[in-house]
Ligand binder design. Structure first.
Ligand code: CUA
Length: 365
């Protein structure tokens, strides 16, 4: 009787290999917006370049070592009846050779690594668009991100708008515990501390919306401390800045305004009655004791700045899509959706009142 060419004991490893290949290949379809392997800025490209050089070198080492291993396995395979092979103990030459080779490999890897450590440590003095780098202060809070643009007089939260091709010079701090700022496609993780400033920079090369996250366990809601990096074209960024300055002209609890926005004067009161009611409720129900609705820089608040909340992509720190239904759910059941978060309604609000509040929040674009 003729047996099949493939021995039976091959089936299990073959099956395992095929399954593994399918799983691995499934990983090749995209898109993966949180992948560090798809850099979209200069900083991330520099880091990626070190990574790829290491991968290529490791591949060469792998092929040489595994090749030698396989060659030895087949070349010196024992046959039944062979005597015990000649026993060797210790070889100075071999010991020296296999100590020197890895040392040389590590030295080769060290060159681009050290070079990149130094080149990523200093912020470029000029951006690719010819402008000086733009300063942004990042403040980590349990559990949201605050962003301040000192040169523009803008404060916002959970959505970091930047112009494409402009180097962004981040000065980062924490309001409470240690967090870690991370936008995988633009730069590595960097911890933010309550008592000292850390720096990071990047220049975005393409426009788009890129998710970021907190990468350091910072309490029960650490997993829901996300944000978005919005890379705008130069005109789109300017339009966003202009809108922020316009909404900053709304007087807020008599607090002083940033000089940049104070010059723009007062905004007229809303004409829509539902919106006007929402605006009143925002004050009378105590929302305004934690949230600023203006992007003016001088104000320090407890909760996220809501400037432009009506047109943000997400709410609840990059976690829920900004729909009316989610906004209602968030206002009415904050503690259920994100237990332990600081937001607790100071006084109850009815469904109708939430409708008015949403109408008001939607006007801030
Ligand atoms: Cu903030 Cu984790």
């Amino acid at each position: 009787m003729r047996h099949s060419r493939v021995p039976r004991w091959w089936f299990a490893p073959l099956g395992l290999l095929c399954t593994l290949a399918i799983v691995l290949l499934a990983g090749c379809s995209g898109p993966y917006p949180q992948s560090t392997l798809e850099p979209r800025g200069d900083f991330a490209e520099m880091v990626d370049s070190v990574f790829m050089k290491t991968v290529y070198l490791a591949t060469v080492v792998f092929i040489l070592v595994e090749g030698a291993l396989l060659w030895a396995v087949f070349k010196f395979r024992g046959k039944p009846g062979d005597p015990d092979p000649h026993q060797i103990h210790g070889s100075t030459v071999v010991e020296i050779v296999w100590t020197i080779i890895p040392a040389v490999v590590l030295a080769i890897v060290a060159v681009p690594t050290v070079e990149t450590i130094f080149s990523t440590a200093k912020v470029p003095t000029t951006s690719t668009d010819g402008q000086p780098p733009m300063k942004v202060e990042v403040i980590g809070h349990q559990w949201f991100w605050e962003f301040r643009y000192p040169e523009l007089g803008i404060t916002t939260a959970n959505e970091l708008h930047v112009p494409v091709n402009r180097t962004i010079d981040l000065r980062m701090k924490s309001n409470d515990v240690i967090h870690s700022f991370w936008v995988p496609q633009f730069a590595g993780k960097r911890d933010v501390f309550p008592n000292r400033e850390t720096r990071l920079w990047f220049t975005a090369k393409v426009t788009g919306e890129f998710p970021g996250a907190c990468a350091e366990f910072c309490g029960t809601e650490h997993g829901r401390m996300d944000f978005y990096l919005m890379v705008d074209s130069a005109p789109a960024f300017q339009a966003w800045v202009d809108r922020r300055h316009a909404d900053s002209t709304m007087q807020f609890n008599g607090m002083p305004m940033h000089p940049v926005v104070a010059a723009a004067g007062q905004a007229p009161p809303p004409v829509d009655t539902l919106v006007a009611e929402g605006q009143k409720l925002f004050q009378s129900k105590g929302c305004s004791s934690c949230h600023s609705i203006s992007s003016m820089h001088v104000l320090t608040v407890i909760g996220p700045n809501l400037s432009g909340i009506g047109s943000r992509k997400m709410i609840a720190a990059g976690w829920l899509p900004n729909t009316d239904a989610n906004l209602r759910d968030w206002i009415e059941h904050t503690q259920k959706l994100k237990p332990d978060v600081l937001m607790k309604l100071p006084m109850p609000v009815s469904d109708a009142e939430v409708t008015a509040l949403i109408a008001y929040l939607r006007t801030m674009r």
